[in-house]
Every structure is written in C-alpha cells, then in structure tokens.
Design a protein around this ligand. Sequence first.
Ligand SMILES: [Zn+2]
Length: 200
Amino acid sequence: MHSRFPIAISRLIDAFASLPGIGEKTATRLVFHLIRSPQQASVELGEAAAELRRELKLCEKCRNVCDSAVCGVCNDSARNTSQILIVEEALDVLAFEKANGYKGVYHVLHGVLNPLEGIGPESLTIAHLIERVKGGGVEEIILAMNPSVEGEATAMYLTKQLQPFNIKTTRLARGLPTGSELSYADEVTLSAALNGRREY
Ligand SMILES: [Zn+2]
C-alpha cells in the first residue's frame, strides 16, 4: 500500500490506520509527527501500548477495566448491587458515572453481537453475566446498549437468556438518537434516558 515508504514507516501507518476514526491520511501525519519528535516520544508511545494489555485487568465482578482485582464501583459499599446496568464498553461506565445519577452497579459486555463480523455471545462477557445473576440478589437488569441494530439484537438476546431468572428487565428510554454512541451523549440526555427506562 505505502511502498513509497520504508517498512518501519508503513508498518506504523497501518497500525494507526487500523484504529477507529483514524484514516490513512491522519495515520501518516501522526507517524511523520513522531519522526520529527524526540525519540523518547516514540519509545513512550510504544511502551504504553505494549503495557496496556499487559497491565490492564478486568474487574472480576463487572468486567470493567481497572488496575486491581475489583473496580472502584464494585468496591464501593454504598452502591446498590441488586441493580445491574449493562453497557457495551467501559467508556459507557464512565459516561454514566459522569452523569452521576446512577447508584447501582454495571456489567461491561466488551462489544455487541455482530454475526457479520463473527462476534457471537462467546466473544462477549455474557456467560460471566449469567453466572453473576445465578449468584442471586439481582432485582433489576437495565439494558443500556447503544440504539443501533446490533445494540437492539444484543438486548433481545440478553432478555431471552435472563428470562428463566424472572428478573425485572428494563431498557433505556428513547432519549438517545438512533445510531448515536452512548458514550458521547451529554449528561442530561443520559440521566433522562436512565430515569425514563421502561420494562423490556
Ligand atoms: Zn467492577
């Protein structure tokens, strides 16, 4: 693709370009920015990227990203553990925490069902969620997947899986524009969607 560049350059361009929201043009600009910068900048970037997956842990209760066995939310005894809000990714937890109205706990799926991309239930943390529910004490599951086709399909799948447990299942209100990313919704919209949730 970029045979006009030395391999060291085109390899990093490809790596950047594989990230969401970064096209080849931006990737090229980033790489040439690094070439102009002190070597330390590239070293730090590489080390941070390598350590990301090495050092990062997933909370053993909710699978949120954290650097200890249990995340800050699950560790907080003031949180209502009978209410689990299910989100697609850890960024969504941050969005709800910023909105500051939710006092329950979370479960992070790390994606949504997408058969076309080969993402089935086993690629997500659904089995972990079911085990958690089996543990007892859960009274409400709030489905907070994005209002996308995949988000809806995932919500429907989860509802079916959770049916045998007879737990109240709710879905966020339609305040969120269809196709929008939940983690970019403003705090007021997010709080309204949470408060207006309905039985699913
Ligand atoms: Zn947790």
